[in-house]
Design a protein around this ligand. Structure first.
Ligand SMILES: Cc1cc2nc3c(=O)[nH]c(=O)nc-3n(C[C@H](O)[C@H](O)[C@H](O)COP(=O)(O)O)c2cc1C
Length: 345
């Protein structure tokens, strides 16, 4: 699996998720079997680049290659500039966001609204590809199947993007109008795959190894991308990799392993955000991890009362140690699709 000239470790991708796939989480996904992980979107609005939020998103210190940054905007020149800005900060692949249904994004500056204006979408693709070419940085594009059921134009946009020089297309199998409702459909993904020669990535509702295989087979896609199912369960990538390679299902992780991964993640997380912000923003990752586990809901509530990194780490370690006394492996499986982010994205 390649994106332009860049060879990837495998065809299992972590989806960009604002507020989730920061550098520490991307690193964790890569460590646990994702061959590729895309950053949270970075705005093309220059006035926001100096903000703490955007500068954290553009910080790739120590990140395993390839470093991929998603940019969002509706002005071709600004998007081109944003691409170069991120390349100067370490991006090796630039991804254009055409998939975000959030109102904030659609009405102001980006996301799936672009799918409604095909000529602007392709103008942006053209401008970003031209800006990235001198840096030898491939450009990819992530979109939905269309704006609405009656405006399902993913195939047309994909073909236009390929002509503009885009190196890979990801399709989330829902329209913008659907938000996160209903189920993802993969026929449009298959139609996009049939229409272009560049790699196509299938995305949406993939939450088990069996589903991963089914989607790869039914769409002919070159890769699959996983978002919500990786929240609190980043080891899904190695589970899928094992299943695709052997047809066998891995047992759940050992409690001690899960504890180690979460503690490493927390350490990395605090390093990026500092104590005051880090302790709070780590709560969601801890919450997703313990969701569906015995006593998880009560532990999650307790987390909200803890205000220091040291106490948070100690509480997590103790909780997993207690579980390890009862079970060698993580009991049960978390409820599918935690935090669907419907209000966010
Ligand atoms: C909390 C959250 C944040 C998201 N942020 C982005 C984003 O910044 N850019 C983007 O292209 N898609 C974003 N998405 C969409 C995901 O990348 C993905 O397309 C979608 O969740 C469907 O995949 P899944 O069913 O595996 O979660 C976000 C999704 C969620 C749940």
């Amino acid at each position: 699996m390649r994106i332009g000239h860049i060879q990837l470790a495998n065809r299992l991708f972590a989806a960009p998720m604002a507020g989730v796939t920061d550098r520490p989480f991307r690193q964790l996904c890569k460590r646990l079997g994702a061959g590729y992980a895309v950053s949270e979107m970075v705005t093309s609005r220059k006035d926001l680049w100096a903000s703490l939020k955007t500068s954290r998103r553009a910080d790739h210190a120590g990140e395993a290659a390839p470093i991929s940054v998603q940019i969002a905007g509706t002005d071709a020149a600004m998007m081109a500039e944003a691409a170069v800005y991120n390349i100067e900060r370490g991006a090796q692949i630039i991804d254009i966001n055409m998939g975000c249904p959030a109102k904030k994004v659609c009405s102001q500056w980006a996301g799936s609204a672009l799918m409604r204006d095909e000529s602007l979408a392709l103008e942006i693709a053209d401008a970003v590809v031209s800006a990235c070419a001198p840096h030898n940085v491939p450009v990819t594009l992530k979109m939905r199947t269309g704006w609405s059921a009656s405006e399902r134009n993913a195939v047309r946009i994909a073909a236009g993007a390929e002509s503009a020089g885009v190196a890979m297309i990801t399709v989330h199998g829902r329209t913008r109008e659907q938000g996160y409702k209903g189920s993802a459909e993969y026929d449009t993904v298959a139609a996009v795959k049939a229409a272009v020669r560049i790699p196509v990535v299938a995305n949406g509702d993939i939450d088990t190894p069996a589903k991963a295989r089914e989607v790869l087979e039914s769409t002919g896609a070159d890769a699959i991308m996983i978002g919500r199912a990786a929240q609190g369960r980043p080891w899904i990538f190695r589970e899928i990799a094992h299943f695709l390679a052997t047809g066998e299902t891995l047992p759940p992780p050992r409690v001690a392993e899960a504890k180690g991964w979460l503690l490493d993640h927390l350490d990395d997380h605090y390093g990026l955000y500092g104590e005051a912000t880090g302790v709070r923003s780590a709560r969601k990752h801890i919450g997703w991890t313990v969701q569906g586990l015995p006593g998880g809901a009560a532990f999650r509530a307790r987390m909200n009362t803890i205000e220091t990194c040291a106490q948070q780490v100690a509480a997590v370690a103790d909780w997993f140690d207690e579980m390890a006394e009862r079970d060698e492996r993580l009991p049960g499986t978390p409820a599918a699709m935690p935090g669907d982010g419907a209000t966010l994205q």
